[in-house]
Design a protein around this ligand. Structure first.
Ligand SMILES: Nc1ncnc2c1ncn2[C@@H]1O[C@H](COP(=O)(O)OP(=O)(O)OP(=O)(O)O)[C@@H](O)[C@H]1O
Length: 260
């Protein structure tokens, strides 16, 4: 069986800066892939490639064995660290907006049965992310965690198969993060998602993921920092034992885990 996503010999370059260099990997359907790496390694660029927001300078991405066109499609949803919700719309309207744009691209307004269906679907999704009691609230009336739940509902309403998360919980307090971890694990299972999540938190990477990818440069030129790009330096399949070691460690590095 071929992989859901297949990345072959990818290069990302901005002008004369090489950001990602010769990256190849396959991602199976249903995986929860955590992506870690130093700041500036190209983790967000990597997500933008899969989202279709950017085309690689060289190389190929295949989705279901078909070349990925460089444009965002309904099969891929994304949630960023900072809230991407519309401040002037209620929670319900924020989630309905996706369906309205898709079905009525010029007016973004639906009527009659189509509107009722969009409203019911949005309400169901808000319940699924724990915002059933806040459908009429506006983002300014919601906590950071609630706004991230709303952003997740907005992404999931289009029923993507792949959910891309760019440090989704990075701005949240630890207690709220734990709740969000539970939520995302549940949604991953309930909606049979494939998740690719960038995080700076190694513990989060290992406790949520079924696989951890570390992006970094293999070679450095001290006189020309962008001469070489990052690639996958570690690709660690996770089992419960490995995740437990990381969960119970005060401080741990990716080198220590991969040697474990
Ligand atoms: N559109 C762009 N034009 C030029 N350079 C860019 C562009 N987008 C990103 N870069 C550069 O590419 C490099 C990688 O950026 P990217 O945001 O992908 O890294 P990152 O690993 O996600 O970083 P962080 O962990 O700090 O968020 C950085 O040096 C950044 O300045």
């Amino acid at each position: 069986m071929s992989a859901l996503l297949s990345l072959r010999n990818l290069w990302v370059e901005y002008g004369d800066k090489i950001i990602i260099e010769n990256l190849s990997l396959d991602i199976e359907e249903g995986a929860f892939v955590s992506v870690v790496g130093p700041s500036g390694a190209g983790k967000s660029s990597f997500l933008r490639l899969i989202l279709g927001q950017e085309a690689p300078a060289r190389g190929e991405i295949r989705l279901d064995d078909t070349p990925l066109v460089p444009e965002c499609g309904p099969d891929r949803g994304v949630v960023f660290q900072r809230y991407s919700v519309f401040p002037h719309l209620s929670a319900l309207r924020n989630v309905m907006f996706g369906a309205e744009c898709e079905e009525a691209p010029f007016s973004a307004r639906l009527f009659g049965a189509a509107r009722r269906k969009a409203r019911d679907d949005a309400a169901e999704m808000l319940h699924a992310v724990g915002l059933g009691a806040s459908m009429d609230s506006y983002p300014a009336q919601m906590s950071g965690g609630m706004q991230q739940r709303l952003a997740i509902a907005q992404a999931l309403i289009k029923r993507p198969r792949i959910l891309l998360l760019d440090e989704p919980f990075g701005a949240l307090d630890p207690g709220i993060r734990a709740d969000m971890h539970e939520l995302i694990t549940r949604l991953w299972r309930d909606y049979s998602l494939t998740i690719i999540m960038v995080t700076h938190d190694i513990r989060e990477a290992f406790t949520l993921g079924t696989r951890v990818l570390a992006l970094d440069k293999r070679r450095h030129d001290p006189h020309a920092p962008h001469r070489y790009g990052a690639t996958v330096v570690y690709d660690i399949p996770l089992d419960k034992e490995r995740s437990k070691v990381v969960y119970h460690s005060e401080r741990i590095t990716i080198d220590e885990v991969s040697n474990n």
